[in-house]
Design a protein around this ligand. Structure first.
Ligand SMILES: [Cu+2]
Length: 314
């Protein structure tokens, strides 16, 4: 399981954000230590003792008041300037020199509680896992499909809200191949905490291979069990909500065309293997109680057939 640290940048776009965060953290820690020390010292040294007279009362101290106005003001101005510089480095202009808008490499839509991932140039859709070529800057269009979500992969780029009706765009870049974890960073409902995303950065050769495999329609199932599973998938409600290239075109839930090639199920909730897949289909609410996938109530042999079919979707 890869670990994530918001203090570790794996992208030249993220490096300035991490630097800024460290600077701000140091300033805030210094203020915390200063204020706490003053409070503790004052409450011990100037505490009331038996027989002490009423202390001298002072009203107003222009010097002190100027200091505690000007010092925070200067600190805030410096942080503001550093932030503006950081924004320019971490989020360069999304237009070409000629001023044209670039077309996005990726369109990511936030749904309650999963991510739809489209590759408009190659023309396919997947879910919850974004593959990118390492070292190449990808322009990502972010869409809120129902409520406001927020796309955040801390090691690779800035975070950005996904607002229904008002798409945003960010750059996504990983300097080196690897798996980078992210999450929805805007509370969006019951299963917000299980709305994880992973970015899988690959060498450009691996990425192209992956892209080619995703463009293909998976071959029809061959075993009787998997064939039975496909029939169930078509005849049950599954097909209304899920797309499988050549079989169905539902868009309510994740595209399942290459489900078996993914690492996780249900936006990072479960590792992707036949046992977990069966458990998920049997009772999604056991794993994500607020999820919009209903319980299928399949007989055990039908459930096994469904899993056998879904496992052919590579
Ligand atoms: Cu969310």
């Amino acid at each position: 399981m890869p670990v994530t640290s918001a203090l570790q940048a794996h992208s030249t776009l993220d490096q300035p954000i991490v630097h800024l965060m460290i600077v701000v953290l140091v300033i805030m820690s210094a203020i915390l230590v200063l204020v706490t020390t003053l409070v503790i010292v004052a409450s011990i040294r100037f505490r009331q003792r038996a027989g002490m007279p009423e202390p001298e009362q002072n009203f107003g101290n222009p010097k002190l008041e100027m200091t505690w106005t000007i010092v925070p003001f200067l600190l805030l101005v410096s942080i503001f300037v550093l932030t503006v510089i950081t924004m320019a480095h971490s989020d360069p202009s999304k237009t070409t020199a000629a001023g044209d808008d670039l077309s996005p490499d990726l369109v990511v839509s936030g749904h309650q509680f999963w991510w739809e991932v489209q590759y408009p140039q190659a023309g396919f859709t997947t879910a919850n896992e974004i593959h990118i070529p390492a070292g190449r800057r990808m322009l990502v269009r972010l869409i809120g499909a129902d409520v406001i979500h927020d796309f955040w992969v801390p090691e690779l780029s800035r975070k950005m809200d996904m607002i229904p009706g008002s798409p945003n765009e960010i750059w996504l870049l990983a300097d080196h191949p690897g798996t980078y974890l992210g999450t929805c960073a805007e509370f969006c409902g019951d299963e917000h905490a299980w709305m994880r995303i992973r970015v899988i950065a690959q060498t450009s050769q691996e990425f192209e291979q992956w892209e080619q495999s995703q463009e293909q329609t998976p071959p029809p199932p061959t075993t009787p069990q998997a064939k039975h599973g496909e029939q169930l998938f078509r005849s049950m409600s599954c097909a209304n909500c899920h797309a499988v290239s050549g079989v169905s075109s539902g868009r309510v839930g994740p595209d399942l065309t290459h489900l078996a090639s993914r690492e996780t199920l249900a936006a990072g909730r479960l590792g992707n293997n036949p046992v977990n897949l069966e458990a998920w289909i049997h009772d999604p609410s056991n794993f994500k109680p607020g999820s919009y996938m209903p319980n299928a109530s399949l007989k055990p042999e039908d459930l096994s057939a469904m899993v056998a079919y879904l496992e052919t979707l590579r």
